[in-house]
Design a binder for this molecule. Structure first.
Ligand code: ADP
Ligand code: ADP
Ligand code: MG
Length: 495
């Protein structure tokens, strides 16, 4: 049984894992880089060890160093969080060899899931539909051009080792393809030291719908419903919700059955996510398995009542799933907004630096997973995700309204955030009606809408300030007596 867990991660996800360990009476070991000496995960864990410089390669990706800490601290298990080493099968294998429980799938299954081509091939064999594309890896740009012309432009070039929205290029003709082939190859080599590329039909007006899956070491598997993650920028998720507005119970069950098959096809153990694209035609196509705890897992927790990190630990301990598919009931509606430190108007460029003050929203059915505290710093070395703001409601409208209120209450001083954009999205008719697609931001001109909202907000604020000033002035008292407030032309006074 797991008694002491080393958390090979930082930020909000390290804190999230510590919370469940504490609830289960499991000891925790944190690791940290030069950049994280004052971070909360260091304070909240039972023990903490410095592992190197700020750059991930020198610390959070340093397998040998992390292994040293596991052995010297006597940790019997490791939780990798997401990102960093979480989908690195060499690391999972290193843990297996050293008899340390890796809280996640086996290195073998992870290796299969980490290769988009191998994984698609396994799905085809299991009769899980995948996006039409090249039957295997493409040899070179000429080969890719031939396939692209067969399936028809637009197509995507994808590095089979890509992740987090990286290593994907949309191309619409031979010339673009040739250029993109070069850049995807270069990007993949610089990220993982090797390159292998597939071609996929680009599905337009598509929705990203994924399923939480769980499979124990005895072969029992379930899905824990879907999450719709169609609101994205640069193929990365911004806002997620569950249930999806276009998934009815029949579809949930039907695709859910495929998800269980998918987990079996790659002999997956522990928690994972099967990602699908839903084409405008209504057809679902498998794209990949994320072999780890997903960023957006809290919304599944909110509608299922489960602690997914606990479930991961139980499965890693060899326990059978404590429920059958028919025991799982979806309750209510949940939304997550990824609060990023980024400037929407600078093409989402990271915005980093000290955060002197912060107010974390709270309230009925509001959950905020974050590493922020007044006086902390947003580091340029790591992911821009500062907080995950989630709300739950008995109806979609209730969770949406709670989210808008929580976004209004969230105050982060010192860095630019995605909060203003989310307010505009959450208020939009398109979002309310569930008209979601992966090109949502462009399709509905959300950045333009945001600009308008910010202008109006500024106007409202200055009108209110002006009104207050006038009400308190002697000038106001002497002139307005006997007349009504309505006679004042507030807007002219602003100029
Ligand atoms: P999720 O579906 O859980 O949001 P993402 O694909 O967005 O998964 O990845 C989660 C996080 O993991 C990202 O924010 C990023 O920090 C990290 N990540 C995932 N894949 C990679 C990669 N290939 N290179 C660098 N970071 C990655
Ligand atoms: P990653 O490993 O970076 O998460 P995915 O293969 O999961 O890569 O794709 C990430 C996103 O890219 C999807 O959520 C979707 O928005 C877009 N995408 C991927 N494949 C396709 C496709 N064939 N057609 C249209 N969009 C796609
Ligand atoms: Mg993906």
């Amino acid at each position: 049984m797991i008694e002491k867990v080393l958390i090979a991660n930082r930020g909000e996800i390290a804190l999230r894992v510590i919370k469940t360990c504490k609830a289960l009476g499991i000891k925790t070991v944190a690791v940290y880089s030069d950049e994280d000496t004052t971070s909360l995960h260091v304070k909240q864990a039972n023990e903490a060890y410095h592992i190197g410089e700020a750059a991930p390669a020198k610390s959070y990706l340093n397998q040998e160093k992390i292994l040293d800490v596991m052995l010297s601290s006597g940790a019997d298990a490791v939780h990798p969080g997401y990102g960093f080493l979480s989908e690195n099968d060499d690391f999972a294998n290193l843990c297996e060899k050293n008899k340390i429980t890796f809280i996640g799938p086996s290195s073998k299954s992870m290796n299969l899931c980490g290769d988009k081509m191998e994984c698609k091939a396994a799905m085809l064999k299991a009769k899980v539909p995948t996006v039409p594309g090249s039957p295997g890896l493409v040899k070179d740009a000429d080969d890719a051009i031939k396939i692209a012309n067969d399936i028809g432009y637009p197509v995507l070039l994808k590095s089979v080792f890509g992740g987090g929205g990286r290593g994907i290029r949309l191309v619409t003709n031979d010339k673009e393809l040739r250029e993109a082939f070069e850049s995807v190859t270069a990007e993949s080599i610089s990220a993982v030291g090797k390159s292998a590329i597939i071609v996929e039909k680009f599905l337009e007006k598509t929705r990203h719908i994924e399923y939480q899956m769980a499979r124990d070491k005895h072969g029992n598997a379930v899905h824990i419903f879907e999450r719709e993650c169609s609101i994205q920028r640069r193929n990365q998720k911004l806002i997620e919700q569950t249930p999806s507005p276009i998934v009815d119970q029949e579809t949930r069950d039907r695709i859910g059955d495929l998800v269980v098959k998918a987990a079996e096809a790659v002999d997956y153990t522990n928690l994972g996510t099967a990602e699908f694209l839903r084409a405008d035609s209504g057809d679902f196509y498998f794209i990949e398995i994320n072999a780890r705890l997903q960023v957006e897992h809290p919304i599944t927790e909110l509608v299922s009542g489960l602690d997914l990190v606990k479930l991961q630990i139980d499965i890693a301990n060899g326990e059978p799933l404590p429920f059958k598919q028919s025991d799982l009931k979806m309750n209510g509606y949940a939304i997550e907004c990824r609060i990023n430190a980024e400037d929407t108007f600078l093409d989402f460029a990271p915005s980093t630096g000290p955060v002197p003050d912060v107010t974390i929203p709270a309230g009925p059915s509001v959950r905020c997973d974050t590493y922020l505290y007044p006086g902390c710093t947003v580091s340029p070395f790591y992911d821009s995700l500062m907080a995950k703001l989630c709300t739950w409601g008995q109806t979609f409208e209730e969770s949406r309204t709670r989210m808008l209120n929580a976004l209004n209450d969230f105050y982060i001083q010192g860095v630019e955030t995605s909060i203003p954009l989310y307010k505009t999205i959450l208020k939009s008719e398109e979002y309310k009606k569930g008209q979601l697609s992966t090109d949502f931001l462009k399709r509905f001109d959300m950045i333009e809408k945001l600009k308008k909202d910010l202008k109006n907000e500024k106007l409202e604020k200055s009108e209110a300030a002006l009104a207050a000033a006038i009400i308190h002035s002697e000038y106001f008292k002497s002139r307005v007596q006997g007349s009504t407030m309505n006679n004042l032309n507030w807007k002219n006074k602003l100029d």
